[in-house]
Design a protein around this ligand. Sequence first.
Ligand SMILES: Cc1cc2nc3c(=O)[nH]c(=O)nc-3n(C[C@H](O)[C@H](O)[C@H](O)COP(=O)(O)OP(=O)(O)OC[C@H]3O[C@@H](n4cnc5c(N)ncnc54)[C@H](O)[C@@H]3O)c2cc1C
Length: 464
Amino acid sequence: MLRLPVSRISSCKVTKIVSVTFARGVQTTSGDTLGEKPKSRHYDIIIAGGGLVGTTLACSLGKNKILGEKNILLLEGGPKFKGFSGGEYANRVSALNNGTINLFKSIGAWDTIASARYKPVKQMHVWDASSHASITFNHDNFSADIATIIENDLVLHAVYEQLQKTPNVEVKYEARIEDVKLPGSGANKSEIAMKGGDKLTCDLLVGADGINSLVRKRMNIEPFTINYNQMGLVATVELSDSGDNSVAWQRFLPTGPVALLPLNDTTSSLVWTHTPAQAKELQSMPPQEFVDALNDAFYKDYPKDTMTTNLMDTLSTFCSAKTIRQYPPAIVAVKDKSRACFPLGFGHAPSYVAQGAALVGDAAHRVHPLAGQGVNLGFGDVKCLTQVLADAVYSGYPIGDKNALLKYERERLMKNVPIMFGIHGLQQLYSTTFSPVVMLRSLGLQITQNLPPLKKIFMQQAMG
Ligand SMILES: Cc1cc2nc3c(=O)[nH]c(=O)nc-3n(C[C@H](O)[C@H](O)[C@H](O)COP(=O)(O)OP(=O)(O)OC[C@H]3O[C@@H](n4cnc5c(N)ncnc54)[C@H](O)[C@@H]3O)c2cc1C
């Protein structure tokens, strides 16, 4: 059946309660309703959660030509975003792939990032502390970047700047969603109860509310989760060399991976996986002791698995392409107050949609940061959901129609699941010093290193 485009479903006009301009000028409304009568309003789309993914989704939907007439509300439970200052490097950074950079370009946010600061990664070097296996990823003659390192706050800042130019999107801070009732559970529209008493309704509620998503719970979706009992210790560190620092380094230690992501010629960002107790101990260690422990993590000679060493020595006699072992520059200092710890885990919602609701980002899927893919998958959701909703509206479907949303679910499950289980597999493979496993993973790494077409496939997957 041919469906004709329909005009907006909602007839409600958005009227802002309190308009304030923050840091670099994004129009927001306060979620604080103290002393005001609770209000009730309707939106076409409400996005729960203004993290990296929810904020970018609001911008991507708001700027889409077909969805441009929809009124959209972004609700963030946390305080107003302070903006990006550009001083000291922040300790939360992300390795972003080309697919994500293209998304930023398409919503107009890239120019702001590019004129502030970002660091292209030309090569990634990964090696195993329990064997001599190692791998390097780069394009021929370093002709293209394999990732781009950007501070999370700068991404948010650049996207908010674009939201300011997107009149059909309203942003509310300190706007905590207390409960949600989805269509099918006694309501026609999704109903949202806010802290403070306001009631909101919408045709489509998008859960971008992170790993403990309330929207996901109300969709009755039980995620598959694994607690790694690990923490990611992040910090900003100073390097001894002032080369061009365009290599990302990762060493798999028996305790978990340690990675350095370049920020500028002499500064890198650290992500170091440990048990919660070890991570906390490292976080509170005196700075020089911490720097020594970190240099050990990259340079110390760990006992090598004998079976694997013998096998790899034999194989290397047949192999023409020899791997040159490289090491990162020594770390000389850790930036004051830059150390922080984050729990790590795996989580996947078996379904991403319901009538009137959809999930994006960590609310739908959570991975270990060892491959730098978590938020890239979330940005992939943003691109896909924007396209699916635009197609649905163009074809005359109501915006929260589950049949239309199922296309989003199918496409993202196909993309996310193999990457997620690949990352989980790597996490498991490198969590042991059991000899046969060390041999298997070292063999796999070395075969991939020596088979450029196979290496290219892995790179293409990671680069989005
Ligand atoms: C140490 C570390 C390093 C990482 N490095 C990388 C990397 O290099 N590359 C990469 O791709 N990924 C990386 N990731 C993963 C990435 O950080 C996450 O995937 C990403 O931050 C998830 O963003 P999100 O917007 O989906 O969720 P979140 O950032 O969790 O945002 C959810 C938002 O929802 C709000 N919220 C929650 N509940 C409510 C409610 N009831 N009402 C209103 N608001 C609510 C919260 O306040 C929050 O702002 C890393 C993760 C860690 C821990």
